[in-house]
Design a binder for this molecule. Structure first.
Ligand code: SAH
Length: 209
């Protein structure tokens, strides 16, 4: 998977490649899907949500430029796979999910793997995690119409924020960098994520705004 799907498409950060080579992705999908867990595609994880394709996880993680000492916020725990990868690459991961049943399952896998540097909560992640801010890096794994302002506010100076922004069908994966309070935005690539639903995302149920 690492060679065929990631290195061949330009993922270069060796720490990211090693983390993806180490974390057992099959534990983050339902039993019936375990045989497909390392395929080059996203998979359903229940409640209408998906675990991202390995390449997208690698691309987003690489863009965060983690060196090991960071505190990282993730919005959209889902299966917990992205949080698990991050936990191998930084000091502590703070991850927020809005659906109870998904977070319950993810927590069991974190415990089983003894990934004790992941803390999680149920909340609308579009408001961030004010008590624990600022964060050195923030990653949003669901797509919204705009970059939530609380996340920009909770990003540390010289921090990186990676987020899909666009409509329901296609989004721009953006890398925002804060330098001396100034934000710069770079387009990474076009992606398709499930909806980011919340006060600073798509409002209401089923992503209808
Ligand atoms: N990172 C996940 C991807 C899960 S899909 C993984 O590795 O499996 C995106 C997740 O974002 C879904 O579980 C969805 O419920 C969650 N989500 C959507 N809007 C959210 C919000 N405002 N706050 C927290 N989680 C949200």
């Amino acid at each position: 998977m690492v060679e065929e799907q990631l290195v061949s498409r330009g993922i270069r950060d060796q720490r990211v490649l090693d983390a993806i080579g180490t974390v057992p992705r099959h534990l983050f999908v339902e039993d019936a899907m375990q045989a497909s867990a390392y395929g080059d595609f996203p998979l359903p994880i229940g409640s209408g949500q998906t675990i991202s394709q390995p390449y997208i996880v690698a691309l987003m993680t690489e863009a965060l430029q983690l060196k090991g000492g960071e505190r990282v916020l993730e919005i959209g725990t889902g299966s917990g796979y992205q949080a698990a990868i991050l936990s191998r690459l930084c000091e502590r991961v703070y991850t927020v999910e809005r659906i109870d049943s998904l977070l319950g399952r993810a927590r069991k896998v974190f415990d089983k793997l003894r990934y004790h540097n992941i803390v999680s909560r149920i909340d609308d992640g579009t408001v961030g995690w004010a008590d624990q801010a600022p964060f050195d890096a923030i990653v949003v794994t669901a797509g919204g119409p705009v970059v939530p302002q609380p996340l920009i506010d909770q990003l540390a100076d010289y921090g990186r924020l990676v987020i899909p922004v666009g409509d329901h069908d296609v989004q721009e994966l953006q890398l925002l960098t804060k330098e001396e309070g100034e934000i710069t935005v770079q387009l990474i690539e076009h992606v398709r994520f499930v909806d980011l639903i919340g006060a600073h995302g798509w409002q209401g149920f089923n992503g209808r705004s």
